[in-house]
Design a binder for this molecule. Sequence first.
Ligand SMILES: C[S@@+](CC[C@H](N)C(=O)[O-])C[C@H]1O[C@@H](n2cnc3c(N)ncnc32)[C@H](O)[C@@H]1O
Length: 207
Amino acid sequence: MGLYRKFVNQTRKPEGTLGKMMVNGMNSGHAKMADWGMSHLPEIVPSKILEVGCGGGRNAGELAKKYPSAKVTAIDYSEVSVAKATDYNNDLINAGRISVMRGDVSNLDLPVEIYDLATAFETIYFWPGLEKCFSEVAKVLKPGGVFMIVNESDGTDDVSLKFEKIIDGMKCYSIEQIESALKAAGFSSVTSDHFEGKPWIAVVAVK
Ligand SMILES: C[S@@+](CC[C@H](N)C(=O)[O-])C[C@H]1O[C@@H](n2cnc3c(N)ncnc32)[C@H](O)[C@@H]1O
């Protein structure tokens, strides 16, 4: 595998030196899209938030700032991502507002039905089976809890489809595919938005 391909494969599970380089760029690289995504969150006052596939941890920090009375649990199955997210959120972790831990969304080892909000930015492409992983998220959300997915690919754009070919295990999804998997996983109300002029999508579901 060439160096470029090795590097872009770090998006799936950052590891080693290349993984550290990748995760360092994620926070700034995804910031605009993540902020657009967060503008779709409904008027809620969550007390517990789960940020899944947290990468470098920027979005966990933004969620903690947006919801000052909430505690945010940020998980990722990559040791490198967890280390970066911990370092990035040092002050909020010391203040007891954020905890960062390793965890795999396909088998969440977390208490059931305790979260009011779960978020997933730029990560579902790598999850091993949408319906199974969405069911895991549903398991830990309270009834009425909100799950928001934000992707910079709408499943049809050339750039992401090119990455899909060279990143092992990556799968780009359309809004329709995401909505259908959410409903199959037990989410009752699903609404979606597409950014005008870019393939960014935000999907918000209620358990
Ligand atoms: C492209 S990065 C996005 C990181 C961050 N959410 C952002 O928007 O910048 C994808 C992240 O999802 C994580 N990830 C992928 N599959 C996962 C899984 N099954 N469970 C937990 N984390 C996962 C990866 O380790 C990586 O840190």
